[in-house]
Ligand binder design. Structure first.
Ligand code: RB5
Length: 146
């Protein structure tokens, strides 16, 4: 499975840790950067990862900025993206099971690396449950058409 990753300057170290962690579990990572710690603009990376996921270049995406907020907002502007910010594993798991999220975001200034690994683990192993949740996700995506 291919995971697109993107981050801004505030999350370079966190991205490296999580990238190595999921590669160690057998995931292939497409890294859209940044690897630089100079101040940069999170919308660039949120959009890149969003487009990679929607186009099918990657199966899922992981985004990290200071809070996870700005970079997830950027990704959510790409049609077809369902990105959520999660600071704990429960919401990450449910976001896949119920909301079929295709991008996970979190904040390098909010969670430590061990908690981030737990969040990522729960998100990656959870599966969309369909059923009544499919109807609601369909309703969600229909908003993009109006
Ligand atoms: C950068 O200083 C910071 O604003 C960014 O990483 C993120 O937290 C925005 O939502």
């Amino acid at each position: 499975m291919k995971i697109a990753m993107g981050n801004d300057h505030s999350a370079v170290e966190m991205k490296k840790e999580i990238k190595a962690y999921i590669e160690g579990k057998g995931y292939q990572v497409i890294d859209f950067g940044t690897d630089r710690t100079e101040s940069c603009d999170y919308p660039i990376y949120g959009e890149k990862v969003g487009r990679a996921v929607v186009s099918g270049e990657a199966d899922l995406g992981i985004l990290i900025c200071g809070t996870g907020v700005g970079i997830s907002l950027a990704a959510n502007k790409v049609k077809g993206v369902r990105a959520c910010v999660c600071s704990e594993p429960f919401s990450a798991k449910l976001s896949r099971q119920h909301n079929n999220t295709n991008i996970l975001a979190f904040g390098a200034r909010v969670v430590g690396v061990e908690l981030a690994k737990m969040i990522v683990d729960e998100w990656l192993k959870a599966e969309f449950e369909g059923g009544r949740h499919q109807r609601r996700v369909d309703m969600l995506m229909a908003i993009e058409e109006r």
